[in-house]
Ligand binder design. Structure first.
Ligand code: PEP
Length: 250
């Protein structure tokens, strides 16, 4: 079965609940699509508003992070059960901003991946190299390590349900997009690794997204690549024109 393209937004720390309602009311029109899956990952406090605003549309709602414990004395953290109860179906894990600013390790990401599956949340696991790592020629070694540790102990069924987002750190929020060939090279490398770890069936099914300054002008070229199954989109998912990425082929 062909993999469906997924256009996933990451709102980061933007939009209040009221702004969320207004923006999704617009996006219901601009992001309508029969052929592309649409996901908006929003701040935890916006999830109930987002779920309500997107009800009955093709827009699915996810979170941007969660903690790996069930509950307890973890001031300020959000548990997977809280996300599920609020209506989230997906959760971004291991975004480079979480890794860089909040010290998340791949081991933490792995604990979160396992916990997300315990609660039937679909994880969108991010990986990506810095500019220095790319210049040192260690991009693929680094990404393989991040994916191997992040997926440690996941079953084949879990692995094929998970989504991986390849996001070169130097391309996030910088306006610099990896060329479609650079993005494809790494996404193919990730699929090859999944094949090594889980076999051909899982490798064919798992969706691998590219993220890093995706916009309407470059979405079609990126999404046409064999191993790129859509995009994780930051800045360009904060406006109704996100629909131009969803409808990239029109
Ligand atoms: C992101 O937040 O994951 C991202 C890729 O951001 P941007 O599209 O703004 O580069």
């Amino acid at each position: 079965m062909a993999r469906r393209i997924l256009a996933a937004g990451n709102w980061k720390m933007n939009k209040t609940p009221s702004e969320t309602k207004a923006l999704i009311a617009e996006m219901r029109k601009t992001c309508a699509s029969d052929s592309v899956d649409v996901l908006l990952c929003v701040p935890a406090i916006d999830i109930p508003a987002a779920v309500e605003a997107a009800a009955g549309s093709n827009i699915q709602i996810g979170a941007e992070n969660m903690y790996f414990e069930e509950n307890g004395a973890y001031t300020g953290e959000i548990s997977p059960a809280m996300l599920v109860d609020a209506g989230a179906k997906y959760v971004i894990l291991g975004h480079s901003e979480r890794r860089d600013y909040f010290g998340e390790t791949s081991e933490d990401v792995n604990k979160k991946m396992k916990k997300a599956f315990e609660h039937n949340l679909i994880p969108v696991m991010c990986c990506g190299e810095s500019l220095t790592q790319r210049e040192q020629g260690i991009t693929m070694d680094w990404i393989r390590q991040q994916v191997k540790v992040g997926f440690q102990d996941l079953t084949a069924d879990q692995a094929k349900t998970a989504i991986i987002a390849y996001e070169p750190i130097w391309a996030i929020g910088t306006g610099k997009t990896a060329t479609s060939d650079q993005a494809e090279e790494v996404c193919k490398g990730i699929r090859d690794l999944i094949r090594e770890l889980y076999g051909a069936e899982v490798a064919e099914e798992i969706r691998i997204l590219y993220g890093g300054s995706v916009k309407p002008a470059n979405a079609a070229e990126l999404f046409a690549k064999e191993d790129i199954d859509g995009g994780l989109v930051g800045g360009a998912s904060l406006k109704p024109d996100f629909g131009d990425i969803v409808n990239y082929s029109k």
